[in-house]
Design a protein around this ligand. Structure first.
Ligand code: NAG
Ligand code: NAG
Ligand code: NAG
Ligand code: NAG
Ligand code: ZN
Length: 932
């Protein structure tokens, strides 16, 4: 999830900072909130809310001030702020001497004329009001047109509080371990409906306002502020029919899209019961609402009992959504539902352990999908995606440990990245594999039961899993889960495991070091932080030789260990086979590390891959072999001669997973080589590689049945068309033309759903302004969010500079017809294309002020775009331009961490270095491959 920050409205603040620390003091804890919010959506020019909150406090340490959070845009009526001491049934007012706002940390500090007594209970009452923002954070408004009831532009309001925006909606103790119960009451016009975490208890008329209602909600469980949610809307609800359980399940959307909720509403309850079975703990609330929000910055948000989604993450139309949309929707729903336990019931104590939330939600979601829809291979494919992403992102010098200290709110939002989500999931899978299925589930059950309604640190998890692992005898007694996992969570980067076989002695020596994409570079000597002297990981080593190979034996047979001083200890494997058999480590890629073998072993592996026996090596391992070889060659640790020899085996492989890995790596090369004289050679080579699988998967032909794997077919077709394989381009254009001449293209689309992404993009790439306009109009007329996103992306595939410039203008200057949530998608689409790179980059550099304003000065978002530019930079000139720009805008950009800026430069530099030093060798080897 990615969150936008409100840095606007600066408050006139005076601060005699006697308390200069970003965390709230622990002397006072909130027990309960009575929160009442009245929302005004009637006047589009005056979208506001007013509210009051009563917070019941317990005093743990005597103090004469109360410090809590309130965001900069939240106006507090000082005159009506009251503090009461409750003794039995008497109330005693306590005078508030002054109220101070501290903008650096969003604090409100109330100074009292007496000390609050330890053990006593007090009630603090505050009134406040604010505008409903449009930046998709806090309590905000979203607008939409709904052709079902033809009322013109309509408004709804909804919250998005994670990680630190509850404070912009009401004054509160906005840290995850201040759990409290909430009584929420929402005031609204009777033409609207009100939703919150809990079911409505009653609705009563508001006396002084005709046609207005108070919707009073049941009291919540003990929960963190970032999970509080509410919405005022006139959506339609779709009740799930199929579920017999104890939870009432409803899916909400604007009226004309309600039919597209059918799939989500059927699937949601089924996934919920799957989790209840897997985890062994019932979902504790009486209801679950899923709400599709027209403007939404993250994919979805797991608010307890009221999950909010981007429309594209929830809507499914039988005849217009692709199979990949379906999987995407299912996975997101599963992710958010997994959070109801991992995050909502048991919450991280502080954001530095965010990965506990997100890693688990990601991992448990794929486990559930695997059980429910096994024909999708969700487990294998999602985990491969995640492992590949980790091995690549974490290979940069400028990365971070997954457990990361944070203070300012803007740093918290930076944590919602690939490291937290993907590395988190991959590490949990690694634990699952090394402690075994039974111990894993039993350990998790204990962990969740013990800490329900409470907060945890990663050490709590290690403890629960160690107990289970020792009980089931799945790790050596002298090993604690913490000892292993600390090396993975507190340390950044990933290990490169080197295997050196001693063929005569039938043994092998295994060593480790950190894997870096740029192997030697002087510039890091100037970096503030030096490479850790002794990076060392506890690495689970599973392995097999050619004859003993068993692709399901994923449990470690040995451990690569570290000394107490954190020094790596080499490992000796004995009793291996002789020099005619290969050795392969890390069965099914149970742990995220790269492996380099000695040349003889690589050649033995290559021989098997090129034989008809290749499929005996598990497809996850085939993927890792390809991915490792290409990555090692990129960094100069392996020759391209050997790498390409290995790679070409893939021609005979019909499985998706190895292709996915190979093409992922080849993409890094493609991005660079397309600007050089060697491109033709590369294209030739790729045609050769792709043709057999393209034919095997029936290329661009419509699916007769579901015989072929959709993801695979889409991937191959995308590459084939992109590299101008004739059959692919011709068929794509034919499909598009058929659509183009339809008399009613909005209701009739002859392009096969699963091929649409490829067809649209190819048509734009080879088409003209007329083709572009046609597709643009289909976007305007479509009411299906996923189709709209597909089109928006494809519109960026055009190679006509004037169209790209026009497109960027529509997005950022005119700001019409395109929602903010989709802007970065479009920018990304344009940067990716050969012609678009320069256009997008120039636009970014020349319109930076505009972009800052557009993204509400959210540097996180701005840097994400800069990273895309870096990723596609490859000439020295590109690098220099990027560096000049970054140096010139330090002040603005550095508001986020400098790590991500350094990272962008490092990425561009890696490309430049490859182009200078490795491309010649690569091209030479390509030419040799192409001859035979
Ligand atoms: C509030 O009270 C606490 C404890 O008495 C004290 O440590 C802290 O400095 C006070 N904060 C302010 C802003 O006065
Ligand atoms: C919260 O609401 C419930 C039901 O309306 C009520 O019984 C309870 O007293 C309220 N809690 C507090 C602390 O006001
Ligand atoms: C290797 O095999 C021999 C004979 O089978 C056995 O005695 C020895 O213990 C084994 N060594 C290891 C390290 O497993
Ligand atoms: C959208 O569809 C309507 C009716 O099908 C059509 O009249 C209109 O021209 C279309 N709009 C655009 C922008 O193509
Ligand atoms: Zn999540």
């Amino acid at each position: 999830m990615r969150i936008l920050m409100l840095l606007s409205a600066v408050f006139a603040t005076f601060c005699n900072a006697s308390y200069d620390y970003y965390r709230l003091p622990r002397s006072i804890k909130p027990q309960h909130y009575n929160l009442r919010i009245m929302t005004h959506l009637e006047n589009p020019k005056r979208l506001i809310f007013t509210g009051d909150v009563e917070i019941m406090l317990r005093i743990f340490q005597s103090t004469n001030n109360i410090t809590l959070h309130a965001g900069p845009g939240l106006n507090i009526a000082e005159g009506s702020t009251r503090l009461q001491l409750t003794k039995y049934h008497c109330h005693e007012l306590i005078e508030i001497k002054s109220m101070q706002r501290h903008s650096k940390y969003d604090f409100v500090i109330l100074h009292l004329d007496q000390y609050l007594q330890r053990g006593q209970r007090y009630t603090l009452r505050l009134r406040f009001w604010s505008r409903l923002g449009h930046s998709m954070a806090g309590y905000y408004a979203s607008s939409y047109l709904d052709n079902a009831d033809d009322c013109g532009q309509q408004f709804m309001s909804v919250t998005q509080f994670e990680p630190a925006d509850a404070r912009t909606a009401f004054p509160c103790f906005d840290e995850p371990d201040f759990k409290a119960t909430f009584n929420i009451t929402l005031g609204h016009h009777s033409k609207y409906n009100a939703l919150s975490n809990m079911p409505v208890l009653e609705r009563i008329p508001i006396c002084e306002r005709q046609n207005w209602l108070w919707s009073i909600f049941k009291q919540t469980e003990l929960m963190s502020t970032y999970l509080v949610a509410y919405s005022i809307n006139n959506f339609h609800g779709y009740a799930s029919q199929n579920y017999k359980g104890h939870v009432r399940f409803t899916t909400w959307a604007r009226a004309s899209a309600i039919e597209q909720c059918r799939y989500a509403s059927e699937l949601g309850p089924r996934i919920m019961s799957q989790f209840e079975k897997m985890i062994g703990i019932e979902y504790t609330l009486p209801k679950m609402d899923q709400l599709a929000v027209p403007d939404f910055s993250a994919g979805a948000m797991e608010n307890w009992g009221l999950i909010t989604y981007r429309e594209a993450s929830l809507f499914y139309a039988e005849d217009a959504s692709s199979h990949l949309d379906k999987q995407h929707i299912a996975t997101i729903i599963a992710h958010e539902l997994a959070h109801q336990w991992f995050g909502n019931l048991v919450t991280m104590e502080w954001w530095n352990d965010l990965w506990l939330n997100e890693g688990f939600a990601t991992y448990m979601a794929t486990l559930a999908m695997e059980k429910m829809c096994c024909q999708w291979h969700a487990y294998k494919e999602d985990m491969l995606d995640n492992v590949l992403a980790v091995l690549n992102t974490d290979a940069y010098f400028n990365t971070r440990p997954i457990h990361q200290a944070v203070s300012r709110a803007s740093q918290i939002s930076e944590l919602f990245d690939a490291i937290t989500y993907r590395k988190g999931a991959v590490l949990i899978r690694m634990m699952h594999m090394f402690i075994g299925d039974v111990a894993f589930h039993s350990g998790l059950h204990c962990y969740l039961s013990k800490h329900a309604y409470d907060n945890t640190r990663q050490a709590d998890l290690w403890l629960a899993l160690t107990e289970a692992a020792h009980e089931y005898d799945s790790i050596p007694l002298d090993l604690q889960v913490q000892t292993v996992m600390d090396t993975w969570t507190l340390q950044k980067g990933i290990p490169l495991v080197q295997v050196k076989r001693h063929y005569l002695k039938k043994s092998a020596t295994i060593t480790q070091q950190r894997f870096l994409i740029i192997q030697e570079d002087d510039s890091y000597n100037q970096a503030e932080e030096h490479l850790d002297e002794n990076p060392c990981w506890f690495v689970p080593i599973s392995y097999a030789t050619q004859c003993t190979y068993n692709s399901i034996a994923t449990e470690p047979r040995a451990w690569l260990r570290c000394t107490a001083q954190h020094e790596p200890v080499p490992l000796l494997l004995q009793n291996l086979s002789g020099d005619d058999e290969w050795l392969i480590l890390n069965i099914q890629v149970a742990a995220p590390y790269r492996i380099n073998y000695d040349t003889d072993n690589w050649e033995l592996i290559s021989k098997t891959l090129h034989s008809s026996e290749y499929y005996r090596i598990h497809d996850m391992n085939r993927a890792q072999l390809l991915d490792d070889a290409l990555a090692l060659a990129w960094s100069g640790l392996m020759t391209y001669e050997l790498t390409l020899e290995l790679l070409t085996y893939v021609k005979q492989d019909s499985a998706y997973i190895p292709w996915r890995a190979a093409l992922d790596q080849l993409n890094s090369i493609y991005r660079i080589i397309r600007y050089t004289d060697d491109f033709e050679e590369f294209q030739h080579f790729m045609h050769h590689l792709l043709s057999p699988i393209y034919c095997y998967l029936d290329g661009m032909q419509k699916y007769g049945d579901n015989r072929h794997h959709v993801a695979h077919k889409t991937l191959i077709a995308k590459w084939a068309c992109h590299l101008s394989l004739r059959d692919c381009v011709e068929r794509a254009l034919k499909y598009y033309h058929r659509w183009f001449i339809c008399s009613q293209p909005d209701s009739m689309n002859p392009v096969p759903v699963n091929l649409r992404s490829v067809v649209y993009c190819t048509a734009m790439q080879h088409g003209d302004g007329e083709d572009w306009n046609f597709l643009w109009h289909r976007y305007r007329n479509s009411s299906l969010a996923s189709e709209q996103r597909l089109i928006l992306f494809a519109l960026g595939c055009t190679e006509k500079v004037f169209l790209l410039q026009r497109y960027l203008r529509i997005v950022y200057h005119e700001q019409s017809f395109i929602r903010k949530q989709d802007a970065s998608l479009i920018f990304g689409a344009i940067v990716r294309s050969e012609v678009g790179f320069g256009v997008a980059r120039d636009f970014y550099f020349q319109n930076f002020k505009l972009l800052q304003k557009y993204y509400n000065a959210n540097t996180h978002e701005l840097i994400a775009l800069l990273n895309l530019i870096a990723q596609h930079s490859s000439s020295l000139e590109d690098y220099k331009q990027l560096k000049t720009f970054i140096d010139g805008h330090q002040l603005v950009l550095k508001q986020s961490s400098s790590r991500s800026l350094l990272r962008a430069l490092e990425q561009a530099k890696a490309n430049v270095l490859w182009r200078q030093h490795k491309l010649p060798e690569f091209a030479r080897q390509l030419a040799m491959c192409n001859c035979d």
